[in-house]
Ligand binder design. Structure first.
Ligand code: ATP
Ligand code: MG
Length: 307
């Protein structure tokens, strides 16, 4: 397990941005595979399987210890593989200790509140892993790319100035610092897919009947704003990557590699915590011994089972 954690840490580090200053999206190639062979899907899948097993063991302790919570935020262009990454990386974890929240266009009730409101309601409890499939970061992405969306938010006019994006980044940074100071560990993933690979995946959704349901004309419309989105993503990483809430800019042109990096980053985050099973007190030990007697079990038998 130690060796696997070490490997995971090394892989995660390669894509982690803890200080956004000067970050350029160009620094990360969507097709990068950190030396893995693109055709060696089998080796990648085996590594992912091992990663999932490590994750399962760490999550079990997170849940039992009931002190820390972990919030994983996923942002990406359409078809970058958010859903698949969430599904595969979390495949081994106990569903009781994990909750996924997907944030779509806000409802009228959402718009009657500040933009963090709907997200705060879905923050993970202690001991749990919370996953945001999209998040309050949309407030600096789709809302920035489409000024008409901002116009429909019921903000007092005097508050909508040229500084609004700078202010949102600032508020988000402060919010995430608040979370981390409360024992909620925040890790953010931008799955960075290339425009070319997105085209290929859209065509696949059109060509394969079992994938037709995934295609949406709206996704195609957003594709035409590609450059604006890339600028917004770059600025987002620059302004909101911090040591307590880093961004992982994950190459997303190869699905299995994306999943491997996400798993590695989650392992890295969990391995940083002082996770351990709660210690049983002397009094609890006595109660356990009494229960064992009541069940007709002997101390000897339990000792034998342990070894
Ligand atoms: P999938 O297509 O795989 O089901 P998805 O996350 O793309 O997943 P959709 O329902 O297709 O889900 O899209 C959600 C849409 O909601 C996205 O276009 C996103 O930009 C938009 N959205 C999310 N948050 C906001 C927000 N705060 N303001 C406006 N639009 C938002
Ligand atoms: Mg969609």
């Amino acid at each position: 397990m130690k060796k696997l954690i070490k490997q995971a840490r090394r892989l995660a580090k390669r894509y982690r941005i803890s200080d956004g200053e000067g970050f350029k999206l160009k620094q990360v190639d969507p097709g990068d595979m950190a030396g893995f062979d693109a055709d060696d899907k089998e080796a990648g899948q085996e590594a992912l399987q091992q990663g999932v097993e490590v994750l399962t063991r760490l999550q079990d302790m997170l849940y039992a210890q009931d002190r820390w919570a972990v919030l994983l935020i996923f942002q990406a262009m359409d078809a970058a593989g958010k859903d698949g990454a969430i599904k595969h990386v979390m495949s081994g974890v106990n569903p009781q200790g994990c909750e996924v929240a997907a944030f779509k266009a806000p409802t009228s009730e959402d718009l009657d509140h500040d933009y963090l409101w709907r997200c705060m309601k879905r923050l993970p409890e202690r001991g749990r892993i919370g996953i945001f499939n999209r998040s309050y970061y949309e407030e600096t992405l789709v809302v920035r790319v489409h000024p008409e969306i901002l116009a429909k938010q019921k903000l007092p006019g005097t508050l909508v100035t040229d500084d609004i994006w700078k202010e949102r980044y600032q508020d988000i940074r402060t919010f995430e610092r608040y979370l981390s100071r409360n024992g909620i560990v925040v890790r953010k993933f931008f799955l960075h897919v290339s425009k070319k690979e997105q085209r290929r995946r859209f065509l696949e959704r059109l060509d394969r009947p079992e994938k037709n349901w995934k295609f949406s004309a709206a996704d195609l419309a957003e594709r035409s704003f590609w450059d604006d989105y890339m600028e917004a993503y770059e600025d987002m990483v620059r302004r909101t990557a911090t040591p307590e809430a880093p961004w992982y800019v994950v190459p997303a042109d190869n699905k299995w590699f994306t999943r491997l990096v996400v798993a590695a980053a989650v392992i890295d985050a969990l391995a940083d915590l002082d996770l351990r099973y709660p210690k049983v007190t002397a009094e609890q030990q006595r109660a356990l011994a009494a229960a064992r007697r009541d069940l007709g079990g002997s101390a000897k038998r339990s000792a034998r089972r342990k070894s």
